[in-house]
Design a protein around this ligand. Structure first.
Ligand code: FE2
Length: 274
């Protein structure tokens, strides 16, 4: 006989503002139970009330409701308090390829609820993003030093980037080396969940946990006024009903690669009615 082991990873896209945080806190515990989730990664770089950055308190709240690791991106330092806190909080990552003197780290290995070791790597794209080290060079160095089943049982890569081609290329670069490569930052979920040729699950962008009756999570009228060159304030999060979006990845215990990836869309204007 054989004991049934499974590994189900839940990834949620950028949590935007207070409404995004509230929705994650409200729904995540139920989703974990219902979908039998073993490990949760969220991108939290827009989680602060202003829609940029993250605070120590928000990070704690997210960990308390079932999040295992928080990734970030270009807005990581926008709430200054986090610069100190990230040094103490192993479960909070910033992009690995930030300039080398940056506080915190971009990679960690964590224990899942069911006893597996999960590596999480946070990368940031180079195209139309803040200046950071070459992301493909960083990825190549990483692959040289780390391997599935050696350093961790599964590997989740969050690629925080603006353009689809750079993300898709990174997916192929990690094919066979990661359980999943999933994009963040655009706040728009892409319907291209699939398993690449050598077994790595892939989605170009997970989307966001925020109000989609907006412009990528920000108040739509204010954002439109900016585009129209009318009087506008600094962007601020839209506070309507939230859609949670991301993907659920089933890992293969034998190989650490992916058995399946399914897009996840829950609640709000984007809810998957199929
Ligand atoms: Fe971003």
């Amino acid at each position: 006989w054989k004991i049934y082991f499974k590994m189900r990873i839940f990834f949620l896209g950028d949590i935007v503002g207070q409404s995004g945080c509230t929705a994650v806190k409200k729904h995540l515990p139920n989703i974990i139970k219902k979908k039998k989730i073993d490990f949760v990664v969220v991108n939290g770089e827009n989680a602060a009330d202003q829609g940029v950055g993250i605070t120590e308190e928000i990070a704690k709240d997210l960990f308390n409701c079932g999040v295992d690791v928080i990734t970030t991106g270009n807005h990581v330092w926008d709430q200054k308090e986090i610069i100190k806190h990230i040094e103490k909080e192993e479960r909070l990552l910033r992009p690995e390829n930030l300039i080398t003197t940056s506080p915190g780290k971009g990679f960690g290995v964590y224990n899942s609820k069911n006893g597996f070791k999960i590596g999480v790597l946070n990368l940031m794209g180079n195209i139309f993003m803040k200046k950071c080290d070459d992301v493909f060079e960083a990825a190549a160095n990483f692959i040289k030093k780390n391997a599935l089943k050696d350093n961790y049982d599964f590997l989740v890569v969050d690629f925080h980037g603006e353009i689809t081609s750079e993300k898709m290329a990174m997916g192929h670069f990690f094919d066979g080396y990661a359980t999943v490569v999933i994009g963040t930052h655009t706040h728009i979920p892409t319907s291209d969940c699939r398993i690449l040729n050598k077994g790595t699950a892939y989605q170009t962008d997970a989307g966001m946990c925020g109000d989609y009756d907006s412009v990528i999570g920000m108040d739509k009228n204010n954002s439109l006024n900016k585009f129209l060159n009318k009087d506008a304030k600094k962007h601020f999060p839209s506070i309507g009903e939230v859609s949670l979006t991301g993907a659920i990845i089933e890992g293969d215990i034998e190989t650490g690669l992916a058995k399946s990836i399914r897009q996840f869309i829950f609640g709000g204007v984007l809810e998957d009615k199929n």
